[in-house]
Design a protein around this ligand. Structure first.
Ligand code: GLC
Ligand code: MG
Length: 691
C-alpha cells in the first residue's frame, strides 16, 4: 500500500481521495507508537524515504471515514474521544452480562417449582363403556370420547383417565386383559386410539391409561403357555399343587368372594386369582414377568400416553410360604363362612415386601420418558388400605426414590357414612395428617367401584362435596357424571352385568356405571343411533343432563366449572396454605391463603343436618365483614356477613374472598399445611421461594 501527499489531500492506494484537516485533539502517544511499530514495510517503501513524523502529520490530516486503512484507523481509534466511549461501552457490556447472569441464577434459585399438569387440573375419570357410544351398539367407545372432548374444554379439565380399553373377554369389563398391546374391538381400533390421543394432545389434554399389573385374562397367551408348561412361561402365574376335588391349597379368598384358588385341568394344578377365576394373578417373583410389564409400559409411553393409573397393586405379590391368613373372627367355621376379604387379615396376599421395589422400577422407566420438557409422565396408584393409612402413604416413595406421584385418597368416599362437619374434617385430616411432608394431596369422591356419593349422601350434599373437592389443596378426581350430580341407577337382579354383583347383588358396581346423561334426547344423547344402552339410564336424565345444566348458571355443572376455573386462576387455591379454621357438628371451615398476597379465601361448608350460624369473631386474621363470592345456593352469592354470624343452610357451601394484611398461618402453624412453600411479591407480581 502506498501513500502520497498532495497539497491538501492524500491518496490512499485504490481508495478515494480524502480532503485533509487539522486535528484539534493532537496526536495521542498510543497513535504514535502504533504507527512507529506498524508496518515496517512502509518504511522500506519505494516512496518510503519519508520520515516517520511526516507520515504521522499526513495521517492526522485524514478525516475518519468508512473503509479507512488500518494505520489511520488505529491512529483515530486510540484518541480519547473514541477510546473512552469505547471502553465505557465495553465495561458496560461486561457488567450487564454479569448482572444478567446473576439475575438469571437468582431467578432460578428463587423460583418455586411450577405446578405440573397433573397438579394443575382435576383428573376426570371416563368409564369408556358409559361415556359416549358412537356406533350405536349400546356400549361407549373411543370415537365417542373423541366426539365429546369439548366437554373438557368447557369444564377447564386437562387430565383424563380412561378405564381399560385393552382387548379383553370383558369378564371384569376390561380389567381382565387378553392382550396389553391391542384395543378391544368393542371400543375401536388402534387407529382410533392414536387419533384420540393426537386430538387430545392438540387440545392440550393429557391421557392417563389404566395399567393392570396384578393379573391377566385367562385367555391371555401367557396363561395358555403357562398351563401347558411352556418352559419360558411355566412360572408366569402362581401355581401350586392341589387335587381337582380336594381341599384348596389354603384359606385365601378372592376380592369377589370365595377361594382365590381354581384347579386347572390342563396343568393339573391350582392357580391363584385374587379377583375372578378368569383373572389369574401374575407371578411377580419371576423377573421375566417384571420385564414383560416394563415392555408394555414402554409400548404405551412410546405411543405418547401421559400416565398410568396402576390398578390393584397391593395384590401383586403373595407370601411364598402360602400359609393360611389369620381369621378376623377366629371362631368362624373356616370352610363354609370364611369367604370374603373381610373375614381374613390379608397379611400374606397384600402389600408384601418387595412390592415397592417393583413399582419404583416402573416409575424409573416412566422417568426416562419424562425428560422431554412438558412431557412429564404421571403415575397414580390404586390401593385401598382402609385404616392402615401408613400403607397407602408408602406409595409416595421416599426422599431418595420416587414412586407414585400420589396414591389415590379414597377417604372422602366415606363422607356419606356420617354427614357432619366434624366427620368431613376427620376424613380430610386422615390424609393431611399422615401424608409425608412436601407431598401433593389428592381427593376422590367417586369411581367405577364405589356407590356414587350423591346417592349415598343424598342430592342435598352434591354441590357441597364438589366445593370441598375443588377447594382443598391438591388434585381433585372427578368420576364422569359427578359434574352434573348423577346418581346411581337401580339395577334389578336380572339386569346385573357386574361379576361382583353376580356373586353378591349388594356388591354390584353396575348402579354407578350408567351412561352419562348428555341431554334430554333419546338415550340421553349417549347413543343417538339405536335404542341400545348396555345399562339402563337414570330416569332423571330429562332434567339432570349436561346440555340443560350448561344453560343454567346455578346448576351443579356451572358451579363445578366456576370453582374449577377459580381454583386454577387463584394462587391461594392452587398452591397456597390450607388452614383449618373451625369445625363443629355441622360446619367444616378452612382458609386458603398465600404469603405476600392480600387476597385470600375462606371456605365454610355445612355438611350437617341443620341450618346454622357460625361465629368466627375469634379469628383475628379475618376482616369483620365477609362477602360471599360464591354460594352453592345461588341466591346467597354476593351476600355480606359479619364474621360473627355466617349463615349456612344444610348442604350449603360458601367461598368467601377477602383481603388481608395479616396471614392466618404464621399464628397457627399447627393448623396449616402447604406442599411447597412459595411467597408472592405483590409489587411486581411474582412468586418466589421463601422459608
Ligand atoms: C381394581 C378396579 C376394579 C377391578 C379390579 C380388578 O380395583 O378398579 O374395577 O375389578 O381392580 O382388576
Ligand atoms: Mg397378585
Amino acid at each position: 500500500m502506498s501513500y502520497r501527499k498532495d497539497s491538501d489531500s492524500v491518496e490512499l492506494g485504490e481508495c478515494t481521495r480524502n480532503p485533509g484537516y487539522k486535528d484539534a485533539d493532537g496526536d495521542g502517544p498510543a497513535a504514535r507508537d502504533n504507527i512507529s511499530v506498524s508496518d515496517s514495510e512502509e518504511k522500506r517503501d519505494s516512496i518510503g524515504v519519508k520520515r516517520l513524523s511526516d507520515a504521522r502529520d499526513e495521517y492526522t490530516q485524514i478525516k475518519p471515514y468508512a473503509g479507512m486503512p488500518k494505520e489511520v484507523l488505529v491512529l483515530y481509534s486510540s484518541k480519547a474521544r473514541y477510546r473512552v466511549p469505547r471502553e465505557i461501552l465495553f465495561w458496560l457490556t461486561v457488567c450487564c452480562t454479569l448482572a444478567l447472569v446473576a439475575v438469571t441464577i437468582a431467578v432460578i434459585a428463587l423460583s418455586p417449582k411450577c405446578l405440573s399438569w397433573w397438579q394443575a387440573s382435576p383428573v376426570y375419570q371416563i368409564y369408556p363403556r358409559s361415556f359416549k357410544d358412537s356406533d350405536g351398539d349400546g356400549v361407549g367407545d373411543l370415537k365417542g370420547i373423541k366426539e365429546k372432548l369439548d366437554h373438557f374444554e368447557y369444564l377447564n379439565i386437562k387430565s383424563i383417565w380412561i378405564s381399560p380399553f385393552y382387548r379383553s373377554p370383558m369378564k371384569d369389563f376390561g380389567y381382565d386383559v387378553e392382550d396389553f398391546r391391542d384395543i378391544d374391538p368393542l371400543f375401536g381400533t388402534m387407529k382410533d386410539f392414536e387419533e384420540l390421543l393426537a386430538t387430545m394432545h392438540s387440545k392440550g389434554l393429557r391421557l392417563i391409561m389404566d395399567f393392570i399389573p396384578n393379573h391377566t385374562s385367562d385367555r391371555h397367551r401367557w396363561f395358555n403357555l403357562s398351563r401347558t408348561r411352556d418352559p419360558h412361561y411355566e412360572d408366569y402365574y402362581v401355581w401350586t399343587d392341589c387335587k381337582p376335588d380336594g381341599p384348596k391349597p389354603n384359606n385365601w379368598v378372592s376380592i369377589f368372594g370365595n377361594s382365590s384358588w381354581t384347579y386347572d385341568e390342563v396343568r393339573g394344578q391350582c392357580y391363584l386369582h385374587q379377583f375372578l377365576k378368569e383373572q389369574p394373578d401374575l407371578n411377580f417373583r419371576n423377573p421375566d414377568v417384571i420385564n414383560e410389564m416394563i415392555d408394555i409400559i414402554h409400548f404405551w409411553l412410546d405411543k405418547g400416553v401421559d400416565g398410568f393409573r396402576m390398578d390393584a397393586v397391593k395384590h401383586m405379590l403373595e407370601a411364598p410360604h402360602m400359609r393360611d391368613e389369620p381369621q378376623v373372627d377366629p371362631n368362624k367355621p373356616p370352610v363354609s363362612l370364611v369367604t370374603t376379604e373381610w373375614d381374613l387379615h390379608s397379611d400374606y396376599t397384600t402389600s408384601q415386601v418387595g412390592l415397592h421395589d417393583i413399582l419404583r422400577e416402573f416409575r424409573a422407566q416412566m422417568d426416562i420418558y419424562s425428560q422431554e420438557p412438558g412431557r412429564y409422565r404421571f403415575m397414580v396408584i390404586e390401593s385401598y388400605d382402609y385404616e392402615e393409612v401408613y400403607k397407602t402413604m408408602m406409595y409416595y416413595g421416599t426422599k431418595l426414590e420416587k414412586e407414585g406421584d400420589f396414591p389415590f385418597n379414597f377417604y372422602l368416599l366415606d363422607l356419606p357414612q356420617n354427614t357432619s362437619g366434624a366427620w368431613a374434617k376427620h376424613l380430610v385430616h386422615l390424609w393431611m395428617g399422615n401424608m409425608p411432608k412436601g407431598k401433593w394431596p389428592n381427593w376422590v369422591v367417586g369411581n367405577h367401584d364405589r356407590t356414587r356419593i350423591s346417592s349415598s349422601a343424598g342430592q342435598l350434599y352434591v354441590r357441597a362435596i364438589n366445593m370441598l373437592l375443588l377447594t382443598l389443596p391438591g388434585t381433585a378426581t372427578t368420576y364422569y357424571g359427578e359434574e352434573i350430580g348423577m346418581e346411581n341407577i337401580n339395577v334389578t337382579a336380572s339386569q346385573i352385568q357386574d361379576p361382583a354383583g353376580k356373586y353378591n347383588t349388594s356388591a354390584s358396581r353396575d348402579p354407578q356405571r350408567s351412561p352419562l346423561q348428555w341431554n334430554a334426547n333419546m338415550n340421553a344423547g349417549f347413543n343417538d343411533k339405536t335404542n341400545l344402552t348396555w345399562l339402563p339410564l337414570h330416569p332423571d336424565y330429562e332434567t339432570v343432563n349436561v346440555e340443560a345444566q350448561m344453560k343454567d348458571d346455578g346448576s351443579v355443572l356451572a358451579q363445578y366449572r366456576f370453582l374449577n376455573t377459580l381454583r386454577q386462576s387463584e394462587l391461594p387455591l392452587n398452591r397456597g396454605w390450607f388452614c383449618y379454621v373451625h369445625t363443629d357438628a355441622n360446619v367444616f371451615s378452612y382458609i386458603r391463603e398465600l404469603d405476600g398476597l392480600k387476597r385470600a379465601f375462606l371456605i365454610v361448608v355445612n355438611f350437617g343436618k341443620e341450618s346454622v350460624v357460625t361465629d368466627l369473631s375469634s379469628v383475628r386474621e379475618l376482616p369483620d365483614e365477609l362477602k360471599v363470592l360464591m354460594s352453592t345456593n345461588k341466591v346467597n352469592d354476593g351476600k355480606v356477613f359479619p364474621k360473627s354470624r355466617i349463615q349456612t343452610e344444610v348442604g350449603e357451601g360458601l367461598v368467601i374472598q377477602y383481603s388481608t394484611n395479616t396471614r392466618f398461618n404464621p399464628n397457627h402453624p399447627e393448623e396449616c399445611y402447604i406442599s411447597e412453600k412459595a411467597c408472592y411479591l405483590e409489587t411486581i407480581g411474582i412468586l418466589y421461594k421463601c422459608q
